[in-house]
Structure formats: structure tokens, C-alpha cells
Write a protein that binds this ligand. Structure first.
Ligand code: FCB
Length: 500
């Protein structure tokens, strides 16, 4: 389905932002009839979802932080690591703000012990990090590189020794460049297959200590921005039919990886995606607008979360793609919809809608000119997104275990004269978003944990090191890490398991 023709109705004109491009990408344009309540994930622990105080979270709620390999590790060609598409992309001039790269980044590859101590000081109980595929399989497939695996072995041991539960993401966009060169990367089914083999291998090796695996981080982002808009690695601007095939291979890779993990990991290992769902918010909470928001959620996520949870591409999705629709088999769809243990959603910004009488039954309400944003231009503030996104996931797809796999904000942090970063804006952001998350859990929406993006400032993709998302300030010259004021705020939330 071409992004262009996928645009839902937008009241008032404006040019699309980074997030729009992604959100529109999963969309079908037409009404899809009554919402299908497909059977949701299997498994899922029934933790006590009753909070114990007025502003508290359920007992056992998992508080964590999140990062990804390319954004923090550095050591881009150490210990046998292969080149990734992000290495190649960042090394090409003009792709990243100030031509910055992740060559050194936070040097986490060498400083992970110190970074685990930062988490411990926060009181965080969990850590979501990603494993770099080209560290494990430098060529994408073939002979694994044991020195690459050793790094994650050490990291996981360090986490567990400090009482922090590891949640590993298997793909946070750093495809081995060798696969891009040999088979055309995500344009080929072979890449989906190679991903499943890699996922099976890693889960077999590490599931003695890692219980939770996320398959792919934000399918929509790396597909749309990397293969449609050309803004992310590998920097392609594919025509609609080829782009649709990339979308299909991404969801297929997710599904095949789920199967490979089930086959090879220790019993009890849990698996799910970490998708940046279009977080649809009824602009005014009337029953009509809420129903419209549910319709919009299925349609705006049609190529990603919807097909993963329903096992079919919606009619609207396929008809809007027309002759450019992806080629797929029934068996593909079965794999894509492999039962999950949980669903991870990354939530940053809202998509406001309201009901309309004509198809597709909803319309997107534009942001006003002065709508508040955080430091990244795409990040419109909408705390209610952290209430509605998990609520839709539960209501529409009957999901029993949800994680907020990312939430946080970019800011223009600077240390004050006394060396402290007074990031009052980040505290304001977190307080408001977490209030809405608490609203969700207190109504019984089964959110089991929350991973704040990010533990520390890091390489923010094409924005380079300009926009800071961390609870901990990073001096990129000295590699000194200094917790910001927001770290104290988050610590207090964790300590109380409630909003202070
Ligand atoms: C998400 C990405 C993450 C980071 C945050 C700010 O889209 O998953 O790597 O860039 O945005």
C-alpha cells in the first residue's frame, strides 16, 4: 500500500511530519466494517492489576529504561563485529546532522558496568537493550562470532548481579550490511529467514538468563523512514510495490522469529514486538469519538500491529494498495500472527481523531500551530496517548500483557552553572504521561511495565547527538555521565510505585 494513497482524511492542510509518515504507512483508507476482535496473545501472567493506593501502579509493575545497540555501544568494528547498514549510512556524508556517527557513541561496549550502576542508582528493575545482529553474525548468516555474543553474556550477568531484569530487543535497525549487499536487505524474504535464524540462535544461547525478548523495534519506523523516505538507513526511496514487499517481509520476520524462539529458547521464554503504534486519541471523549478512535487504530496500524494480531491484511489495506499490494501466502499470514506472550508499544505522541458519518468513519484532527512540542519537531505533546494506546490494544485485540516498551522525550538539556541539568520540561512530560498510564492501569488495562527512553543521552539517528532523551546527561567528549533532575523524579516514582 503506497504511503501517498494511504493518507487518512485530515481536517485542514499541513505538511506531514516524521511521525505522520510513519503513521500513515500502516493505514488503509477505507472503512473496514465492524472491528474484528481477533484472539490475542496466549500466555501472559495474570499479575494483580489492582493498584494499592490512589496514584499507585499495580504491585510488581516493572519500571525500566531503554536503549539500543547502535545508539550507545560504539565499538563499531571491534571483536569481529560486521558492518551494519547504520554504520554505512552514518559514514556517508550528509545523512546525519553534523555528519555524526555511532562509531563511539556512549562507548557503552566498554563502560557497560558503569551504566548498569546508573540503572541501579535509579532503582530500576528492568533494562531494555538491543542486541546487534552484526556482532553475532557479521555476515548476517553463517558462522556466529562468539566474541560478539560474549559481550551480551557479560552485560546480562552484570544486570542480573545487580537485580535488573534484562529485556532484549533482537532488531533495533542495525541490519548487517552484508545482507543489504547480497540479497537487497529487507526487499528479500531471505532477510526475514536470516533474522529468524539469528533470533533462534541468540535465544537458545541467552534464554537461560533472558526471559523476555522483543523481536523488532518499531517496524514502521525503519521500513518507512529507511525504505520510503530515505531518511534512515539504508536510505532508500522505493516505489510502492517494493516498499509494500519490505513491509511484508518485516512482519514476516517478526513472525518467523517468534516461531524460532519458541523452537529453540528455554521453555517459559516470552516474546513480543515493540511497535510504535499509531496512538489514536479521541480528541473529545464522546462515545462516537472513542469508537472512531478504535476504528482508526486498526486502520492506521494495518500493515503492522493489525496484521500481526489479526493474521490478515484488512480489505481497506489491500484495496488501497491495489496492484502494488504485497505478495504473500496464507502460510506467511499464519507465521505473522504467531501467538505472542505480550505486546510492546512505543508511545511518544498522540494522533487525534474524531468521528465522521462518512467512510472511513473517522478523521484526523490536525495539531494547532501552537500545540506544544518537545525538542524533536515530530514530538507533539499528548499525555492521553499513554492511556488510549494500551487501552485500544486491550480492547481491540484482547491482549493480556502489555509493555510500554518506550516513552520519553527529547529536550535541549544543558548543565547549569552548578553542573546540574534542571530538565523541568522532561519532569513535566513524565508527570503528565505517567498520570495517564496510571489511569489505564487503575482501570485494569493490563500494562505490566514501562521502559523510559532513555537511560542516557545518545545518538538520535539522523538528528545525531543534538537532541537529548536521557535521564542521565552525557558529555560526549569526556564520556562523563551525570544524572539529570528527571532521574531523581523517576527514581521517586519507582521507589513509591506511585506518582509522587
Ligand atoms: C524511537 C526509537 C528510539 C529513539 C526514540 C526517540 O522511535 O525506537 O531508538 O530514537 O524514538
Amino acid at each position: 500500500m503506497p504511503v501517498k494513497s494511504a493518507s487518512p482524511k485530515i481536517a485542514g492542510a499541513r505538511s506531514p511530519s516524521r511521525r505522520d509518515l510513519i503513521k500513515l504507512a500502516g493505514a488503509g483508507t477505507l472503512a473496514v466494517g465492524s472491528a474484528a476482535h481477533a484472539s490475542g496473545p496466549t500466555g501472559g501472567e495474570q499479575a494483580d492489576s489492582k493498584p494499592c493506593g490512589p496514584r499507585s501502579f499495580p504491585q510488581g509493575f516493572v519500571w525500566g529504561t531503554a536503549t539500543s545497540a547502535y545508539q550507545i555501544e560504539g565499538a563499531w568494528k571491534e571483536d569481529g563485529k560486521g558492518e551494519s547498514v547504520w554504520d554505512r549510512f552514518a559514514h556517508s556524508r550528509g545523512k546525519i546532522e553534523n555528519n555524526q556517527t555511532g562509531d563511539v557513541a556512549l562507548d557503552h561496549y566498554h563502560r557497560y558496568r558503569e551504566d548498569v550502576q546508573l540503572m541501579k542508582a535509579l532503582g530500576a528493575r528492568a533494562y531494555r537493550f538491543s542486541i546487534s545482529w552484526p556482532r553475532i553474525f557479521p555476515q548476517g548468516t553463517g558462522i556466529p562470532n562468539s566474541r560478539g555474543l560474549d559481550f551480551y553474556d557479560r552485560l546480562v550477568d552484570q544486570l542480573l548481579a545487580n537485580g535488573i531484569e534484562p529485556f532484549a530487543t533482537l532488531y533495533h535497525w542495525d541490519l548487517p550490511q552484508a545482507l543489504q549487499d547480497s540479497v537487497g536487505g529487507w526487499e528479500s524474504r531471505d532477510t526475514a529467514k536470516a533474522f529468524a535464524d539469528y533470533a533462534g540462535y541468540v535465544s537458545e544461547k541467552l534464554s537461560d538468563r533472558i526471559k523476555y525478548f522483543f523481536t523488532i523495534n518499531e517496524l514502521a519506523t525503519f521500513v518507512e523512514l529507511g525504505h520510503g523516505a530515505g531518511l534512515f538507513a539504508p536510505g532508500l526511496k522505493l516505489p510502492p510495490a517494493r516498499l509494500n514487499q519490505v513491509r511484508h517481509h518485516a512482519v514476516l520476520a517478526h513472525g518467523l522469529a517468534v516461531q524460532a524462539i519458541r523452537a529453540r529458547a528455554k521453555p517459559g521464554t516470552k516474546v513480543g514486538p515493540a511497535e510504535n503504534i499509531a496512538a489514536v486519541v479521541p480528541v473529545v471523549e464522546t462515545s462516537e469519538n472513542i469508537a472512531a478512535a478504535e476504528r482508526a487504530t486498526r486502520e492506521l496500524n494495518a500493515g503492522y500491529l493489525t496484521v500481526m494480531l489479526e493474521g490478515r491484511y484488512s480489505d481497506a489495506f489491500l484495496s488501497s494498495a491495489g496492484a502494488d499490494a504485497p505478495k504473500f501466502t496464507d502460510e506467511d499470514l499464519k507465521a505473522i500472527a504467531s501467538p505472542l506472550d505480550f505486546v510492546g508499544i512505543n508511545v511518544y505522541t498522540p494522533q487525534y481523531v474524531r468521528a465522521i458519518a462518512s467512510p472511513p468513519g473517522y478523521e484526523i484532527v490536525p495539531f494547532s500551530k501552537s500545540h506544544p512540542r518537545m525538542a524533536s519537531s515530530w514530538q507533539f505533546v499528548g499525555p492521553e496517548s499513554l492511556y488510549w494506546a494500551p487501552r485500544h490494544v486491550q480492547k481491540i485485540w484482547n491482549v493480556k500483557e502489555i509493555y510500554i516498551s518506550e516513552n520519553g522525550c527529547g529536550a535541549n538539556d544543558e548543565p547549569a552553572a552548578d553542573g546540574v541539568v534542571y530538565d523541568s520540561d522532561r519532569i513535566m512530560f513524565l508527570r503528565n504521561y505517567l498520570t495517564q498510564l496510571q489511569r489505564a492501569t487503575s482501570e485494569g488495562v493490563p500494562v505490566r511495565g514501562y521502559f523510559l527512553w532513555s537511560l542516557m543521552d545518545n545518538f538520535e539517528w539522523s538528528a545525531g547527538y543534538g537532541t537529548r532523551f536521557g535521564l542521565v546527561y552525557a558529555d560526549y567528549v569526556t564520556q562523563k555521565r551525570t544524572p539529570k533532575l528527571s532521574a531523581a523524579y523517576y527514581s521517586e516514582v519507582i521507589r513509591r510505585n506511585a506518582l509522587p
